[in-house]
Design a protein around this ligand. Structure first.
Ligand SMILES: Nc1ncnc2c1ncn2[C@@H]1O[C@H](COP(=O)(O)OP(=O)(O)OP(=O)(O)O)[C@@H](O)[C@H]1O
Ligand SMILES: [Mg+2]
Length: 352
């Protein structure tokens, strides 16, 4: 039975909200239960899960069900902000703090006052800023760049990561004291392959949604297409399913979505099939990581790329970094992806 999780606002019981989450597997019913409990309190939440599992959607659901629902829900991707800007973006600045600071500016943390502050990819926050964030979590106050006066800000902090934070601590990239502050309530989003029966429910829900977006008439799935959806391991999770169905809706000619319209890639390699070199660099391995930009790092990235058949998401997971960090690694080790290569099956043009 389709039992969508609905995050509702008071007086909004007729419309499904943006944070509708589909799922009926025991794993997801447990997630929905945690969302309800976590929404009822004000403690920090750390959301973990592979890329595309719905971490951002969970943040929206918690926010919308919390007493802060009428307040702002400010999302910041720590990996996407340039390191040089992140302090002033997060904490704001005072007039004259640096060249070009012609007037005072509030940062994202202040903009989240009365609401929820979502820090995505927290494992990528620069080390020197982690102390300021810790202070905010402990004291509930910030100091703007170039300022001295502490400013009280009442915002609930939710963080997310798709890399194992304990590995980031072991590698010296994350402060342990910050980790314990963030890790009060943890919500792990299972990968789609571990949500028994949900792939079918999601496919039906997403197909209707995508047809609506693209202005297409409703179609059914051919039985073989549905079998393929059930059997695929969805390494890119719901994000991959959305892309697959968008493409299928465009490609389909008849009244049904056929299996050939899905163009589902072959099942990914099991970790056991990863090459020895890639495995040595795998998540959970506490051996020291190669120096950034070193030949050892280059070798590790190349072998993980090879083992995952050049799939960026799986390569990043095998190495234990976010995709943004993987792209940084590719740049600093001068591994170039061919410009015409498809994102999921990129060819390699190595510079060395
Ligand atoms: N249970 C679900 N039901 C319906 N849609 C979902 C569900 N989970 C995720 N989605 C949709 O899948 C897409 C990816 O979700 P989201 O951006 O929350 O993932 P994420 O874990 O933050 O991914 P990333 O790590 O890549 O940032 C979004 O369009 C989201 O609306
Ligand atoms: Mg996200």
């Amino acid at each position: 039975m389709n039992r969508p999780f609905r995050a509702m606002k008071a007086g909004d019981d007729a419309t499904l909200m943006a944070s509708t989450m589909i799922g009926n597997s025991p794993a997801m019913l447990d997630v929905f239960d945690q969302i309800r409990r976590f929404a009822a309190c004000d403690l920090p939440v750390l959301i973990t899960g592979e890329s595309g599992t719905g971490k951002e959607l969970v943040v929206r659901a918690i926010h919308e069900q919390s007493r802060r629902a009428a307040g702002p829900n400010v999302a910041i991707n720590c990996a996407a902000l340039p390191a040089s800007l992140i302090a002033s973006e997060l904490f704001g600045y005072e007039k004259g703090a640096f060249t070009g600071a012609t007037s005072r500016r509030h940062g994202h943390i202040e903009h989240a006052a009365g609401g929820t502050l979502f820090l995505d990819e927290i494992g990528d926050m620069p080390l020197d800023l982690q102390g300021y964030l810790l202070r905010f979590l402990q004291e509930g106050e910030i100091v703007r760049v170039g300022g001295r006066t502490p400013i009280k800000v009442d915002a609930r902090v939710i963080t997310a990561t798709n890399i194992p934070l304990r590995a980031a601590i072991a590698a010296g990239r994350l402060r342990e004291d910050l980790f314990y502050r963030l890790n009060v309530l943890t919500l792990h989003l299972p990968p789609l392959r571990d949500r028994n029966g949900d792939a079918e429910l999601l496919a039906l829900h997403l197909l209707r949604k995508i047809e609506g977006e693209l202005g297409q008439a409703p179609r059914a799935f051919a039985p073989a297409a549905m079998t393929a959806i059930r059997q695929h391991s969805w390494p890119g999770n719901i994000r991959e399913m959305i892309a697959t169905l968008r493409r299928a809706v465009i490609l389909a000619n008849g009244p049904r979505i056929e299996v050939s319209d899905l163009r589902i890639e072959p099942a990914p390699l099991e970790p056991a099939a990863l090459s020895q070199r890639a495995r040595r660099y795998c998540v959970g391995d506490d051996r020291p990581r190669p120096e950034p930009g070193s030949p050892a790092e280059r070798t590790a990235v190349l072998s993980a790329l090879e083992a995952s058949q050049h799939n960026m998401t799986r390569t990043a997971e095998a190495i234990g970094v976010s995709r943004v960090t993987l792209y940084r690694m590719l740049r600093r080790t001068q591994i170039q992806l061919l410009p015409h290569a498809r994102p999921q099956m990129a060819g390699l043009a190595t510079a060395k």
